[in-house]
Design a protein around this ligand. Structure first.
Ligand SMILES: [Zn+2]
Length: 120
C-alpha cells in the first residue's frame, strides 16, 4: 500500500470514529499503532465537537444546521451528506498535529545544538 493509500484509509476510519464520538456511540482506535493513536484520538474529538449542534432534546447537524434528527437519523445524515467534508476535516487535524510534532522535534534539536555551541 502506498503512503497516500494508508492515509486515505486512516481518514475514512477516523471520520467514522468522529461521527460515532459525536453521537455518543462506541468506537475503538485500539488497532492503530500506539504512536498515532493519541493524535488520532485528539483529531477525532476535535472534529466530533463540530458535527452536532446539541439543542437539548433535539439533535441538529453541526455542519449544515438541518434537523431535528434522531441519533440514528443524524448518523445517517452525516455519513450520506458530509462524509467527504468530515474526512477532509480529519485529514487537516491529523496533519496539523503531525506537523506540530515534527516542528517540536526540530525546535528541540535546534535548542540542543545551540547548547553544545555554548559549551566550549
Ligand atoms: Zn448536515
Amino acid at each position: 500500500m502506498t503512503g497516500e493509500g494508508v492515509l486515505s484509509a486512516l481518514r475514512s476510519r477516523l471520520a467514522e470514529a468522529a461521527i460515532r464520538h459525536a453521537l455518543g456511540l462506541d468506537y475503538s482506535l485500539d488497532e492503530l499503532p500506539s504512536g498515532v493513536r493519541r493524535i488520532a484520538a485528539d483529531a477525532v474529538r476535535s472534529v466530533a465537537a463540530r458535527l452536532v449542534e446539541d439543542g437539548g432534546a433535539s439533535l441538529r447537524c453541526g455542519l449544515c444546521g438541518r434537523g431535528p434528527f434522531t441519533r440514528r437519523g443524524l448518523y445517517l445524515h452525516l455519513k450520506r451528506v458530509h462524509s467527504a467534508a468530515i474526512e477532509a476535516m480529519i485529514g487537516e487535524e491529523v496533519s496539523h498535529r503531525l506537523w506540530s510534532l515534527r516542528y517540536a522535534d526540530v525546535l528541540v534539536e535546534a535548542a540542543g545544538s545551540g547548547g553544545v555551541e555554548h559549551a566550549h
